[in-house]
Design a protein around this ligand. Sequence first.
Ligand code: BDR
Ligand code: CA
Length: 314
Amino acid sequence: PAPVYLDCDTGIDDSLALAYLLAAPEVELVGIGTVSGNVTAAQGARNTLDLLALAGRSGIPVAVGAHDPLAGRYGGAVPHIHGRNGVGDVELPASGVDQIGEDAAEFLVRLAKEHDGALRVVAVGPLTNLARALELEPALPGLVSEVTIMGGAALVPGNVSAVAEANIANDPEAAAVVFAAPWDLTLVPLDVTLENTLEEEHRRVLLASADPFLTGLGRILDVYFDFYVDLYGRRSSALHDPLAAAIAAGGITPTIAPRVPVVIDATDGPGRGQTLCDLRGQRRGSVDRPGARCRVVLATDAPLAPHLLDRLLA
Ligand code: BDR
Ligand code: CA
């Protein structure tokens, strides 16, 4: 299996991405770094360690990363979306396991070197740790095999401003650095993640499981399902982060995903945090633009929810 580093802000859908990567036979999760976003980097690490323990996978090292974005200060948690603690206000049993002493950016650089170009990076939070890792080791793009990012909005509105998606909006300066670096990126934007939902029938399957990790996931989803009532008109949830995880692992395949120039707006105007994807001329399918290194996923071969459940229940 291919080694994977997960960078996350755990987070309810981050928890599902984690669960997917633990279950996917194509990959081996070798390390996790956290960043402030849905909750602080420290709380995200706590949640991640508790979830790993519940899954019986405490051996996977977790490193705390950046508390603040590259410029300015962390803007605070989003209790109405992910609960006050990031896991839907569910008290997960405390793992008793600590994070490693290394910072997440240093940890990522070390793992990239140890895995000899084979490491897949999956980033489902703000991109601060990836930007800092590039600063620490400018050769990093040549040391990893690929980078998959949940973030941005290509042709649809943003979710924190008219144009900006949360992961990019929480640190546009970092995103600008990451998208300008010479590595192959796969961007999994709101365009596809909002099309993939988990429904009450799926949540009930998780809740009915005998596995405490899966029932835990079912329980933490309750708050998230409330949040999405306004958007979908029913209790349901978007599958942002697990879709990026499934694409990175190869369980879900992009069908429309042109390689196009992507530029991040890091100015202070109303466009701040926008992912400007140059999708001109894409009417008849995917047309790669010469020299472009970022695949923007606009459609996939299968809906994620049934595949995710198959994997989790296997
Ligand atoms: C992204 O923002 C976070 O709240 C979610 O975990 C996901 O990574 C969606 O915009
Ligand atoms: Ca996230």
